[in-house]
Design a protein around this ligand. Structure first.
Ligand code: ARG
Length: 456
């Protein structure tokens, strides 16, 4: 069948080339945005007397019928069409006759596709923000529950200082809070209306771009028509925010996987979010967390794909840009899926705080506090640090920990040591005394929780 753009050519295109060229397999998901955009366009054309108001209404009614028929399943997408824009226009003209052919006045598919993609991503951004909020709520709940549960904090994956599990969780809360901020911020740049840029140069018709933008809920219009049709920064930004979010989820996943291992045994995931092995009967694998970690790679791929596709493009529209959609759609779908399993996985995980405490007791993680004890008694920190290092080294040799080393032994290193050191190096003291803002004491953690709650 000849294309709607037949004219210059006969519009008959080789079958393989036609399939290659077509984007309807992936852009059909924007049918609603395409139709709503077209309705606003028709109404602008009518308001500006570019077409009569009767014609505008006929077009709008036709479009609204198409929308409800697609939604009810009465009209199915024809995947042999070139793209969703052509499909909708074609069905419209079949249904209402020649007046349907007036819809594309003062418009091009170049500004139309930019419009649809912006409207689509705007909605996806809102939905992602909502899902991050759900995850944050699960994290905060767990953090509050465990603001006094002591665990080893790590640097270099070596036990470093005692912290609380609540404090550790709140570090993730801060990341996800920034993610929300990032999506909210980029939405401002998505929400700029390109329609009316037409092919690239604007139009000779007396259009009202702001009328259309306002009707569709945009905050402003693209101020340069060439930029209007060639800008895909918003796709890059969206995918970039998805990548950063995935990086956060992936780091969290990595810890969940480690914590679930027999070597750590800090948490146990609910059966609902684990799998077994087909051969090893004892296995309980953290597949969901592993998949989130794995899928992070594909979202980075989506971002790099987009950036690479755009880097050499001359202005304005080039067909290369049709390749933007699969990347952003994949990033949005992946993030959605990951958030969907992540929030309940966190909400249902069992925290084995006795094991965390046990691990915290074994790694000399109160050595800094022992040094601080000597500082309190008047020794310069560097000297205190050296003495405590020697004590730790000797303890390891004789199989003791700081809590079990006798006071008589301590006194051999410095006569500043006395019985009250044991109180200072107890893990509870180490944690409770870290009251600095952002620190690990339960009251500091509660402040962090309250802060995030306030933001939500
Ligand atoms: N399917 C196309 C895309 O996604 C729509 C724009 C086509 N424009 C053009 N000049 N051929 O980019």
């Amino acid at each position: 069948m000849a294309k709607m753009w037949a004219g210059r050519t006969d519009g008959v295109i080789d079958k393989l080339a036609d399939d290659f060229n077509s984007s309807i397999k992936f852009d059909s998901r924007m049918y609603k945005q395409d139709i709503l955009g077209s309705m606003a366009h028709a109404s602008m054309l009518g308001a500006k007397n570019i077409i009569s108001s009767k014609e505008a209404n006929t077009i709008i009614d036709g479009l609204s019928g198409i929308l409800s028929d697609i939604e009810s399943g009465k009209l199915s997408i024809d995947y042999t069409a070139e793209d969703i824009h052509m499909f909708v226009e074609q069905v419209l003209t079949e249904r209402i006759g020649d007046v349907g052919k007036k819809l594309h006045t003062a418009r091009s598919r170049n500004d139309q596709v930019a419009l649809d993609t912006r409207m689509y991503l705007r909605d996806r951004t809102d939905a992602i923000i909502q899902k991050i909020i759900e995850l944050l709520s699960a994290i905060i709940l767990k953090a509050e529950e465990h603001k006094t549960s002591i665990m080893p904090g790590y640097t270099h994956l070596q036990r470093a200082q005692p912290i609380t599990f609540g404090h550790h969780l709140m570090a993730y809360a801060m990341m996800f809070l920034r993610d929300i901020d990032r999506f909210k911020d980029l939405k401002k740049r998505i929400n700029i209306c390109p329609i009316g840029s037409c092919a690239l140069a604007g139009t000779t018709y007396d259009t009202d771009r702001r009328f259309e933008a306002e009707k569709l809920g945009f905050t402003d219009i693209a101020l340069n028509s060439i930029d209007g049709v060639s800008d895909r920064d918003f796709c890059v930004e969206f995918t970039s925010a998805c990548s950063i979010l995935m990086m956060h989820l992936s780091r969290f996943s990595e810890e969940i996987i480690l914590w679930s291992s027999w070597e750590f045994k800090f948490i146990e995931l609910s059966d609902a979010y684990t799998t077994g092995s087909s051969i090893m009967p004892q296995k309980k694998n953290s597949d969901m967390a592993e998949l989130v970690r794995g899928k992070t790679g594909r979202v980075y791929g989506d971002l790099i794909g987009l950036l690479t596709m755009l880097k050499g493009l001359p202005l304005a529209y080039n067909k290369d840009m049709q390749e933007d959609k699969e990347g952003v759609f994949d990033a949005a779908d992946t993030v959605d899926m990951c958030l969907d399993v992540f929030a309940p996985m966190v909400a249902t995980m069992k925290v084995l705080k006795e094991n965390m405490k046990l691990a915290a007791q074994k790694g000399f993680i109160n050595a800094t506090d022992l040094a601080d004890y000597l500082v309190k008694k008047g020794l310069p920190f560097r000297s205190a640090y050296k003495i405590c290092g020697q004590i730790v080294g000797d303890c390891i040799k004789c199989g003791k920990v700081l809590e079990t080393l006798e006071i008589s032994e301590y006194k051999k290193y410095s006569d500043l040591f006395s019985e009250d050191l044991y109180e200072d190096i107890s893990l509870e003291t180490c944690v409770n005394k870290r009251i600095s803002e952002g620190g690990t004491s339960p009251e500091s953690v509660q402040k962090q929780i309250d802060f995030v709650k306030g933001k939500l």
